[in-house]
Ligand binder design. Structure first.
Ligand SMILES: Cc1cc2nc3c(=O)[nH]c(=O)nc-3n(C[C@H](O)[C@H](O)[C@H](O)COP(=O)(O)OP(=O)(O)OC[C@H]3O[C@@H](n4cnc5c(N)ncnc54)[C@H](O)[C@@H]3O)c2cc1C
Length: 397
């Protein structure tokens, strides 16, 4: 539904790009766009550092999509070289020669990414919830624009040529630009950070506890002074709430008064949906891009950010012929998410079967999944989409 709009030339600024949500997906997309020379405004309803329920594991493949000058290693982190799958109390362990990723605190990672976006020139509006988004045709403009209003500044009109919706799994902004809104089916994760060296902690190792009948797994990931315990799966919160204390009874014995683990959805069916229309693109959890076997979401959040900025830059280069970003993004999305997902589903089922039939082989398979080298993993080549110039390959050890 388009609306004619009288824009006040003096006060109403038109940004090249507006981003809703400064989580990892939104902040990376905003930063990539600003580094390419676009004027970018980004809204975040909370203030960083804000809590986000997460296991806190950043895989090697996710790291490879981050800019080198992000100074990721300035955060407190634990490098991971080992994966252990525990079945019937027996650990099956895989040792890797190369680093598989980092365990870190999500609030700190997200804050670093948002601050990085600001350093690249993004105007970040924190504590500002976007409450309305419309497609408008301002008088005298030959192009439709996005008009955003936030709860804090209801009288201020923010216009943008392009829009990225990165407002997480409970997205209520995608629907406002005519794209599928909230997800109807997703998995759940429950997790809790214990600020001490836990009795089952082993730094440098990711521990997994297969729960194949819940379509998921439990985990124990240890950072330098904390351990993240959790369970995830697709059968619903009730089953997971029962599984958690069975796996991590010591959490409750040590501190019986402690808070219970918090729950958060894991949306993974997004590749089956359409995620771009005209010049708006939905990315990250808002687009439902979590990996179905492991629950890893950061890699696909970053991947969708790269694809979205690539499409926007190409659309801007074709400004005279008015090629909308969606015309470029939708085929990219089909290639890099839809087709990849169709192969990933049987891959996830096989990995669950392996956890029952041959658990000793699962750790190396999980390492390969996170290293992007299983048969169903897609090789994602940034140079083919044109955003690799913003990155360097090695961020050290
Ligand atoms: C229990 C659990 C464990 C997980 N563990 C891992 C893991 O170890 N590794 C991994 O890779 N992935 C993990 N994930 C998945 C990962 O957390 C998500 O995929 C990731 O957070 C997606 O990032 P995002 O930027 O899309 O969304 P989010 O991180 O949810 O960010 C969205 C942002 O938008 C803001 N926002 C929302 N609405 C508005 C609005 N109207 N206006 C302004 N701002 C708004 C929110 O405040 C938020 O900051 C886990 C998920 C769960 C639930």
């Amino acid at each position: 539904m388009y609306m004619h709009f009288a824009r006040k030339e003096s006060t109403d600024k038109v940004y090249d790009l507006a981003v809703i949500g400064a989580g990892p997906a939104g902040s990376l997309a905003a930063a990539l766009a600003a580094r390419a020379g676009l004027s970018v405004i980004m809204f975040e309803q909370k203030k960083h550092p804000r809590t986000k329920i997460c296991g806190g594991f950043l895989s090697g493949r996710a790291i490879s999509l981050l800019p080198q000058d992000l100074e990721l290693l300035s955060l407190q982190y634990e490098p991971v070289y080992q994966i252990s799958v525990i079945k019937n109390r027996t650990p099956n362990t895989y040792n890797s020669k190369s680093r598989l990723g980092l365990v870190l605190k999500r609030d700190k990672l997200d804050q670093l990414l948002a601050e990085y976006a600001v350093r690249t020139g993004v105007k970040l509006k924190e504590n500002e919830t976007v409450e309305s988004v419309q497609t408008v045709k301002p008088d005298g403009n030959n192009k439709d624009l996005y008009l955003l209003k936030s709860t804090k500044n209801k009288d201020v009109n923010i216009f943008a040529n392009y829009l990225i919706v990165a407002d997480g799994v409970n997205s209520n902004n995608a629907g406002k630009v005519g794209l599928p809104g909230k997800h109807s089916f997703y998995g759940w994760g429950l997790s809790k950070v214990i600020n001490m060296e836990s009795p089952v902690a082993e730094t440098g190792t990711l521990k997994f506890y297969p729960l194949p009948f819940l379509g998921g797994m439990g985990w124990s990931f240890s950072g330098p002074k904390w351990t993240n315990h959790g369970v995830g799966g697709i059968t619903g919160k009730k089953h997971l709430k029962k599984a958690y204390p069975k796996l991590f009874a010591s959490d409750f014995e040590a501190n019986p008064e402690d808070e219970k683990p918090n729950t958060w959805p894991l949306p993974f069916l997004g590749p089956l949906k359409k995620n771009a229309k005209y010049n708006s693109i939905v990315i990250g959890d808002a687009a439902g891009l979590v990996e179905p076997f492991s629950g890893e979401g950061l890699y696909n959040s970053f991947k969708s950010a790269h694809l979205a900025i690539s499409a926007i830059l190409k659309s801007m280069a074709k400004i005279d012929s008015q090629v909308a970003a969606a015309e470029i993004y939708n085929p990219l999305f089909r290639k890099h998410f839809y087709r990849a997902f169709i192969k990933t589903l049987p891959g996830a089922a096989l990995l669950h079967a392996r956890s029952i039939m041959a658990p000793s082989t699962l750790p190396s398979q999980i390492a390969a999944l996170m290293g992007n080298s299983l048969w169903f993993n897609e090789t994602f080549d940034l140079s083919s989409i044109g955003t690799d110039g913003l990155l360097v390959k090695d961020i050290g050890n």
